[in-house]
Design a protein around this ligand. Structure first.
Ligand code: CUA
Length: 342
């Protein structure tokens, strides 16, 4: 008996660890159980329905189990008695086949209905639904707005209160696009296109994650969805079309020159530059560097000098090593000045 309790006691640290891990699940705007979008609300309803059914099943089974344990335990004087031997019970067997079938039907009907509601239909010609193409890359996200002819990366801007139609693909391996508070989780597959829609009910910044193990920096492949009021969103697209303001200082101008010699083959600013690396048109507006790191000049400088130390396995070459400290500093000034939003 004493050994038994020792074993039970040993489980307590494990329980503590589980509670600690679960405590990390409440991060603001990164929670499927605090939905801020139509899709996520629908999904939470399904989660709760299955949870309530499971709690009901556990309670009923638990009560019967406890009752049987107490009622049929061996009592003093029964040491040599053999209990009554029973084999089969048609009523019970029908009952415990029918109840699970019923429960599965209760689960299946709303699940199938939600699956159809969540399916995205391509907007028709002339329809003013916003369309965004999401392309996942090791370890960053590209967002193209084909009708607006603008592109951005890492921060996906959408208008509030409308369903945004999203096409998803990947440039390399399989990633998965998930904005827990808004809904979704859709795989991005190279050479294939998946579709979904997102709708934010209120303005805000919603965190997104890659949820398909894709390499050493999978856990750092974060992005954001920035939901704006419709008029603010329209203003943002206009500013994106116009491109960022020109560099304000001589140093930033020097940075722009370095950028146009060394970076522009892969990174675009406005309509100039390559698309094999994140589009930097509104880089200075971002709240985070590389998706997860605090945006500061210090961090940006160390990123340019040694991107691998911050995000292992990414495809950014450490060409910053070939630049002087002064040149890296100028480049950082230029990049931080790339702003289109207020
Ligand atoms: Cu991309 Cu995990």
């Amino acid at each position: 008996m004493k050994r038994y309790w020792q074993k039970v006691l040993r489980l307590f640290p494990l329980l503590g660890l589980i509670l600690l891990a679960l405590a990390g699940c409440g991060e603001e705007n990164l929670s499927a159980i605090q939905p801020k979008g139509t899709g996520a609300e629908l999904q939470l309803d399904l989660i709760l329905l299955s949870l309530y059914i499971m709690i009901g099943v556990i309670l009923v089974v638990g009560v019967i189990y406890t009752y049987v344990l107490i009622k049929f335990r061996k009592r003093p004087g029964q040491e040599n008695e053999i209990p009554e031997q029973v084999e089969g019970n048609t009523t019970l067997e029908i009952l415990w086949t029918a109840i699970p079938i019923l429960l599965l039907i209760i689960l299946a009907v709303p699940t199938v209905m939600a699956t159809f509601t969540l399916a995205a239909e391509e907007p028709k010609e002339g329809d003013d639904t916003l369309k965004v193409q999401v392309t996942a890359n090791l370890y960053w996200w590209q967002f193209d707005y084909p009708d607006q002819e603008i592109s951005t990366s890492q921060d996906l801007y959408i208008p509030v209160g409308e369903k945004v139609y999203i096409e998803l693909t990947s440039n390399d391996v399989i990633h998965s696009f998930w904005v827990p508070a808004l809904g979704g989780k859709t795989d991005t597959n190279p050479g294939l296109e998946n579709t979904m829609w997102l709708e934010a009910n209120e303005p805000g910044v919603y965190k997104g994650k890659c949820t398909e193990l894709c390499g050493p920096s999978h856990a750092l492949m974060d992005f954001k969805v920035i939901a704006l009021e419709k008029d603010e969103f329209d203003a943002w697209t206009e500013k994106m079309k116009a491109g960022p303001e020109a560099p304000q200082t001589a140093k930033a101008q020097q940075g722009e020159e370095i950028f146009s010699q060394s970076c522009i083959g892969c990174h675009a600013v406005g309509d100039q530059g390559g698309n094999t690396a994140p589009n930097l048109t509104s880089f200075g507006d971002r709240q985070t560097l590389a998706g997860f790191k605090e945006m500061s000049k210090e961090n940006l400088v160390s990123w340019i000098k040694n991107p691998q130390s911050m995000k292992p396995g990414n495809n950014m070459p450490a060409f910053g090593e070939q630049l002087s400290d002064e040149e890296v500093d100028a480049l950082a000034d230029y990049l931080l000045g790339l702003k289109v939003a207020e």
